[in-house]
Design a protein around this ligand. Sequence first.
Ligand SMILES: [Zn+2]
Ligand SMILES: [Zn+2]
Ligand SMILES: [Zn+2]
Ligand SMILES: [Zn+2]
Length: 222
Amino acid sequence: MSSSNMGTCAACKLKHPINDLAAHVAACERRLKGDADSLQIVVGSPEFPEFWMSVEAQSQATLEALDRFLRKAWLECCGHLSAFTIGKQRYESYLGDFEYGEKRPLGMKRKLAELVKPRSKFSYEYDFGSTTELVLQVVGRLQCKPSRKAIQLLALNDPPQRICEETEECENSATGLCAYCSAMPICADCLRTHDCGEEAICPIVNSPRAGVCGYEGPTIKV
Ligand SMILES: [Zn+2]
Ligand SMILES: [Zn+2]
Ligand SMILES: [Zn+2]
Ligand SMILES: [Zn+2]
């Protein structure tokens, strides 16, 4: 799999290597600033490191708001359950159906700023079956203009180039991902002789959930 490892700042639209983007965002002249405290949180995929984003969480941001944002940006296919793990505590999106005596997880009403601080690392799972796992790190504090949007996108990785993996020889750009073959990238030529059928082919979208459970792509953009 090849990857550009570049990303774009949402405020100034300049491209930077992903490794420098969090620092760029903190210093970016075009980013809206104000006198309210916020946190810069970097989100990545341990399985697919080419996917990366930076978000700003205002002081009123709850886990629920971050969950909603991550779903729109990278994950939502059919309303699966999700959970954050911060330290030893789990916070789940749905709190119904518990066995008597079972330890009840907490919900997502808590405010992020009460649970994490700069350098905190935590994790997130979407869909407890075909799970997409994300890791999050608070990289620092920012000053923001208070807004109704508790979570805002600061920067996002550029879409990675995907090369067909149907055969060793094929070097064509992939046009889809086969969901039945573990989200394998495949080109239009190879697709003609691939056995899984049209219904198995998912679009290549800019998300670590591409090719999983019929995921169709983000509903927000940089
Ligand atoms: Zn910028
Ligand atoms: Zn699904
Ligand atoms: Zn297949
Ligand atoms: Zn091919």
